[in-house]
Design a binder for this molecule. Structure first.
Ligand SMILES: NC(=O)c1ccc[n+]([C@@H]2O[C@H](COP(=O)([O-])OP(=O)(O)OC[C@H]3O[C@@H](n4cnc5c(N)ncnc54)[C@H](O)[C@@H]3O)[C@@H](O)[C@H]2O)c1
Length: 436
């Protein structure tokens, strides 16, 4: 089995399927097809498949020109039909792993694996890329595939785990130049799966000894980020009380060439990964009578940031003898981070809700996110911002520092600005600016 797969890889006859075509799966499917492997993308969302087949990209890092050339060349196909699994050799699973009441929700992983198992042929490889807790691949995934396909892991099919590390909106690092962690059940599986990734990615392939190590590694990365952001958020709150500029503190600390990595404060945590993934570990840890106390503490700090920002806004307005109730507030940027259109878990949506609940009249502007849905209601943003419309607001909140905003103009035209991202760092006249 190993030699047949390696031969297929070498002569480019290896056929690939990517299941789940979102922020992770779509760029991966494209990368396979760009490397000359026939690739089929499978997703349960009809809208997404229709969009792809009309060359429409819904992932900002995937240019439509690349999508068009991959699909029109015939090297990439997109479908909702899992029967294509019967004719592929390598299957990457990139479906969501959300939370349900702060507990892991593996429904999409389980359902996709059941659908794959129905058509899985002898001699193929399945690799889970979705972030999940240690034990998922060797326990949940293996059991589902073996039970539903009647094939035996390591003898009839290879099973592996390779976490995705894509950082949406990062212009420097992407899947082809970020080291790829690969793990599998059994030596042969590890060798072939590593060679597959080695063939399509320019990056280093880092093998680890078991899927549990790789699953833990991924959650450790994101927990590290989560906890360090909590630390710097707490520093920001304290610095404000002490009248110290936390941003200047960070810039100074950054000059140390070792032992310090800069993280920045903000209005809270967002996205599908950093706020969620640590809970997968806290949940799993309970099986071992273990409390992940640092994860809990950092969640308390990070989750309090939207409320804290609303408190600061209220204080700023108070200085102008304005109550929050009835004030006009413009929120700039609602995506969870700079230069992307992803609003999932964005703390800004919680700030918007809190401001509205307090009676403020709130508008938002985000060139990447013209509208958003919150609790089943659609909210539409301003089409543009300029000196004239900004002047009509009592306060401007810079919540996400997209790079396509003229921040000089914002500073000059606003009565008051609360800048949670230090987007106005180069503005000299700072009388109307308050920093997080
Ligand atoms: N977004 C990121 O930056 C990022 C980074 C690293 C890791 N991850 C992890 O990668 C995984 C995928 O995340 P994403 O951001 O790409 O999610 P996403 O929501 O953007 O895309 C997931 C896709 O899977 C599809 N899907 C759901 N159930 C399915 C099923 N049963 N069969 C087939 N398709 C199904 C959805 O329709 C959707 O198109 C998650 O585990 C996430 O934690 C995400």
């Amino acid at each position: 089995m190993k030699n047949i797969l390696i031969k297929k890889l070498e002569d480019k006859s290896l056929k690939v399927a990517v299941v789940g075509l979102g922020y992770v799966g779509l760029p991966l499917a494209l990368e396979f097809s760009k490397s000359g492997y026939e690739t089929v993308g499978v997703d349960i969302s009809k809208e997404r498949i229709e969009a792809l087949n009309s060359f429409k990209s819904y992932v900002s890092d995937v240019p439509e020109s690349e999508l068009k050339s991959a699909i029109s060349s015939g090297l990439m196909k997109a479908t909702t039909d899992f029967s294509c699994i019967a004719s592929v050799d390598f299957i990457a699973v990139c479906v969501p792993t959300p939370l349900d009441h702060q507990q892991p929700d593996l429904t999409c992983v389980k359902e996709s694996l059941r659908s794959i198992s129905e058509f899985l042929k002898k001699g193929s490889m399945v690799v889970l890329e979705s972030t999940t807790h240690p034990g998922t691949t060797e326990g949940v995934a293996k059991d589902i595939i073996e039970k539903n396909s009647l094939l035996l892991c390591s003898r009839d099919f290879y099973l592996g785990f390779s976490p995705e590390r894509v950082d949406p909106g990062n212009p420097e690092f992407n899947i082809s130049n970020t080291a790829k962690i690969v793990a599998a059940i059994g030596e042969d599986a590890l060798e072939v799966i590593s060679r597959v990734y080695g063939e399509i990615l320019k990056s280093k392939i880092h093998k680890v000894s078991s899927p549990s190590v790789a699953e833990m590694e991924k959650i450790f990365e994101n927990t590290y980020r989560n906890i360090n952001i909590a630390l710097v958020n707490e520093m920001a709150v304290l610095c404000n009380k002490m009248n110290i500029n936390v941003w200047e503190v960070i810039e100074a600390a950054k000059t140390k060439p070792y032992g310090f990595h800069a993280f920045y404060p903000g209005p809270g945590l967002g996205g599908h990964c950093i706020p969620l993934d640590p809970y997968y570990l806290s949940w799993k840890a309970r099986e071992y009578d273990f409390h992940t106390s640092m994860i809990e503490v950092s969640a308390v700090i990070n989750d309090s940031m939207p409320e804290y920002c609303v408190g600061r806004i209220s204080k700023i307005l108070n200085a102008f003898q304005k109550p929050l109730n009835g004030s006009k507030i413009l929120v700039l940027g609602i995506a969870y981070k700079r230069d992307i259109s992803d609003c999932r878990e964005s703390p800004v949506l919680r700030i918007l809700e809190k401001l509205k609940n307090a009676g403020a009249r709130v508008d938002f502007y985000d060139a990447f996110v013209p509208k958003y849905i919150w609790k089943k209601q659609v909210f539409v943003g301003l089409e543009t911002i300029n000196e004239n419309n900004i002047k009509g607001y009592d306060l401007v909140l810079i919540a996400t520092d997209h790079s396509n905003v003229d921040y000089d103009m914002v500073a000059k035209s606003s009565k008051a600005v609360f800048d949670t991202r230090n987007a106005l760092k180069n503005v000299e006249d700072r009388q109307n600016i308050e920093l997080l």
